[in-house]
Design a protein around this ligand. Sequence first.
Ligand code: NAP
Ligand code: MN
Length: 264
Amino acid sequence: MKFAIQSRRDVQSNELMELAKTYLQDFGLEIDEEEPEIVLSIGGDGTLLHAFHRYSHRLDKVAFVGIHTGHLGFYADWKPSELEKLVLSIAKKEFNSVEYPLLEVQVHRNNSDSSTYLALNEATIKSPDVTLVMDIELNGKHFERFRGDGLCVSTPSGSTAYNKALGGAIIHPTLHAFQLTEMASINNRVFRTVGSSLVLPAHHNCVLKPVNDQKFNMTIDHIQIIQTDVKSITFNVANERVRFARFRPFPFWERVHDSFVSNE
Ligand code: NAP
Ligand code: MN
C-alpha cells in the first residue's frame, strides 16, 4: 500500500511524521506523494483540510487519517500515542472506512465561464466593502432577498466549524445534506429573511444571484478566492465523497461531546 503524510510543520508534527514514515516503511509500505492510497494528516483539522485539497482529484482512491498534535479535532481524531496501533492496522489492512458527503459549488460568470469547487467544511460568500445583497433561489424558485454580512453553506462534517459559530445546527455526517446559514442579516420592516439556517437534502439545490455588486470574497474551506463578474452560484451535495479510515469506533456525537461539552 502507498501512503503520503501531510504535517502542520510544527516541531511535534514533523517529529511524528518522521516516526510514522519509519514505522510504515518498516512494515513494507511505500511513500508516494502523488498517488497515495492512504493519507496521514498530522496537526489539526486545518491540516486535514490542506491534505483533502491536495488530493481532492482522486477522492475515490484515497482514505484519510488525522492525528492531532494539538487539541482533539473532528477530522484529526487520533492521538499521537495511538500511532503504533494505527500503523499496525494500516499494514495489516485491518480498518474500516466511513464516507462523508461534500459540497459542490459552481460559480457561473456573465461571460459564460464557470468554475466548480469541492468543499469539505464550507463555502462562504462575503462582500468586501458593502452589504452583501443576494437573491436566494431554492430549487429554481425565489426564496428571499438576503442583505447582510454574508452567507455560509456547509457540509454535515463542516457543521461543527464556521457554521456552528454562526448559530447553525450540527448535522450528523451520515445525512446527505447541506446547510445554508446567515451572517448578520438585516431584518426590519423593509428587509426580511427567514433567520433560521436551512438544511437541504441531496436532491435540492440553492442558487445565489447577486443583485448589484458582482464581486465577492469567497472561501472554500481555508482557501480564499476573489470572484468577479458573477452571474450566479449554485450549491448542492457533491457526487464525490471523502473517505476516512477508521481503526476504532469514535462516534460523531462523542467527538461533539469531547470537543464542545467536556473531555471527561
Ligand atoms: P483556523 O482559523 O485555524 O480554524 C479555525 C478553527 O476551526 C480551528 O480551531 C480548526 O481546528 C477548526 N475547525 C476546522 N474544521 C473544523 C470542523 N470540521 N469542525 C470543528 N472545528 C473545525 O483555519 P483553518 O485551520 O485553516 O480552518 C479553516 C476553517 O476555519 C474553515 O473551514 C472554517 O470552518 C473555520 N473558520 C471558522 C470561523 C469561526 O468559527 N468564526 C471563522 C473563519 C473560519 P484546528 O485548530 O484543529 O485546525
Ligand atoms: Mn487551524
